[in-house]
Write a protein that binds this ligand. Structure first.
Ligand SMILES: NC(=O)c1ccc[n+]([C@@H]2O[C@H](COP(=O)([O-])OP(=O)(O)OC[C@H]3O[C@@H](n4cnc5c(N)ncnc54)[C@H](OP(=O)(O)O)[C@@H]3O)[C@@H](O)[C@H]2O)c1
Length: 276
């Protein structure tokens, strides 16, 4: 553009002119539709928000209706295009409802984020009861696997992508949450096995592995000052992570920028070494 000869150019006027002349930078996930499980709080919520901020239409869910309603309200108040319903990931009929809502509302599915994970057993691994073991593996591993099976025909239509939420505990089991850690190690294998099988169908499958992120999940142990200090010493960045710090990676892995990445699990740990 040409500036008028005698007009005083201020920083503000230049910025506004540049803004009107520059093409809008397109959002990375424009036109894509995502499901994020366990997404009314914590990491799942932050991922849902990040995907929606980048242009995706996002369907959120969790077990409690009031949580779903509150989260929807919060996200909609930011102008984001979101829907949601109740879904306990361990229940086949709930997953079917979530998938049905997504297809009815938005007509397609491009991104499936299997985020749900629970850690109900605290104590020595050898003391884990059969019920605790089954519950952990049912929610953390089996439900996400089944959801991929169920969503497969729709993901195939869009050359979609799947993300599983693992953990740094997958690489080095954390004391007192042994069964949880092992379930997260299983996800590393699940990601690789699914990536091999789904690759020829045009579907990518990746994992994210958070370090210690301040959420409801670890509110209790981190409220103990001595334990908090002890854990902090193991983190090179010397702080815990925020749920929003997982969103960027989920957006990237779901986007076309990651079109040649599959079968990977990427750590977000503030520098904690966690490789097999
Ligand atoms: N926080 C960390 O430090 C950390 C580290 C590594 C990995 N991760 C992994 O990250 C994922 C999210 O963890 P987070 O820390 O964000 O957990 P969180 O804060 O405890 O997340 C709770 C969310 O999950 C929902 N939820 C719980 N059980 C569910 C179920 N069976 N079905 C559907 N929704 C369910 C809750 O809503 P309702 O109560 O309404 O169901 C809520 O929306 C998990 O897979 C976890 O293992 C977390």
């Amino acid at each position: 553009f040409r500036l008028k000869k005698h007009k005083k150019i201020t920083k503000k006027s230049l910025a506004s002119k540049l803004q009107t002349k520059m093409p809008q930078i397109s959002k990375r996930l424009e036109g894509k539709v995502a499901i994020v499980t366990a997404s009314t709080a914590g990491i799942g919520y932050a991922i849902a928000e990040g995907l929606a901020e980048n242009g995706a239409k996002v369907v959120i869910s969790s077990r409690k209706e009031t949580n779903v309603e509150e989260a929807l309200q919060q996200l909609k108040s930011k102008g984001l295009d979101v829907s949601g319903c109740v879904c306990h990931v361990g229940k086949t009929e709930d997953r079917a409802k979530l998938l049905e809502l997504t297809l009815k509302q938005y007509g397609q599915l491009d991104i499936l984020v299997n985020n749900a994970g629970i850690s109900p057993a605290f104590g020595p691994l050898l003391k884990t009861t059969s019920e605790q073991w089954d519950k952990i593996f049912s929610v953390n591993v089996k439900a996400g696997f089944q959801f991929v099976q169920e969503a497969m025909p729709h993901l195939q239509q869009t050359n979609g992508s799947v993300i599983f939420n693992s953990s740094m505990a997958a690489y080095n089991p954390i004391q007192m949450i042994g069964a949880y850690s092992i379930s997260k190690t299983a996800i590393l294998g699940l990601v690789k096995a699914l990536a091999s099988e789904c690759g020829p169908m045009g579907i990518r499958v990746n994992g994210i592995a958070p370090g210690v992120i301040e959420t409801q999940m670890n509110e209790m142990p981190l409220s103990n000052d001595a334990y908090r200090e002890q854990v902090l010493k193991t983190i090179p960045l010397n702080r815990f992570g925020k749920p929003s710090e997982l969103a960027g990676l989920a957006v990237f892995l779901s986007s076309d920028e990651a079109s040649y990445i599959t079968g990977e699990t990427i750590m977000v740990t503030g520098g904690v070494h966690s490789r097999l």
